[in-house]
Ligand binder design. Sequence first.
Ligand code: PLP
Length: 380
Amino acid sequence: MEQNLIYFDYAATTPVRPEAADALAEALRRFGNPSSRYACGREAARRVKEDRESVAQAMGCAPAELYFTSCGTESDNWAIRRGVEVNHRKGKHIVTTAVEHAAVLETCKDLERQGYEVTYLKPDRAGRVTVGQLTAALRPDTALVSMMLVNNETGVILPVGECVKAVKACDPAILFHCDGVQGFLKTPDPLARLGADLVAISGHKIGAPKGIGALYIKKGVRLRPLLTGGGQEEGLRSGTEATAQIAAFAAAVRANAADPGRLERAAAIKEYTLTRLKAALPGLEVISAGDAPHICAVTLPGYKSEVVVRVLGDQGVCVASGSACHRGKPSHVFAAMSLPKPWLDGALRLSFSPDSTREEADGLVRALKGAADSLFTTLS
Ligand code: PLP
């Protein structure tokens, strides 16, 4: 972590863990192509096999069900774009939620332009959608359901496991994709246990470098590749394996798995921060305390969160005004929750690491109080 930085934006990205950085550096010094038949190529292939086993173990799946990709976005695109094709005879209807990440929503919008029809389930004021809403949206021509596990802006856990059961009871042919990017290693159960056909994950949310992700494809699901070429990843994801990123991803996974107290520690520091914030800033409202241990959302009604984020940023305090992927646009997640306008304007996402400290939390509280005292609100 850079010196003097108070970082509470771990849902945007995480620092690379030392174990991952070491694995990356070590792997960069080995250059064999896993497809080459001579010794250094075979050694590279052996290591990718071991790394796949580590990630698969954390996912609760067989190594043969796990395919490395370049990021969570690629995994979501692959799952959805090729997932709808699996059921092309069934129809062109997709069900998703209005609170998905852009990697899912923009893919669905693109498919709408290609003639698909998409139902976006609207969340309630707390950011939740229900199994009943989902089953009511299913149709005979529904090809695919895509539902995230942990919302990246509220920390709300959506009822994916129950939804999978309900969808499969209604029609086992409907493919179920889950964007598990914010849930991987942040929820107690391995994600393959959700029962979904497809689950997307990403390395840089768990201490690996950016540029590595994976897609779980349940045994028996026949998904065509998104990238065609040399036939790597059992012919399903071509492109020479990113051996160093993969090594770092697996090292980060193993480091997380070796720290079983991490979820409780993240939850505890989040609770401490929320308690301190509420005490110091009586006007602050909690939008979502978050079910997942590492994310919550608050608002300073009437303030402009972009300005607050900038003022805090100038003091080395990093928080988000919604998803980092929105670059200043109001969050579609908070908007879908029908929050009052002053709440939307002042919305901030805080996200935590198990290693975030009380001193850092106190620094955040001081900085936010200072910003609220010095900035104008549209409400006064
Ligand atoms: N899905 C969710 C819920 C996310 O939070 C993110 C990243 O913020 C992604 C997908 C995209 O992952 P990546 O940055 O690896 O493309």
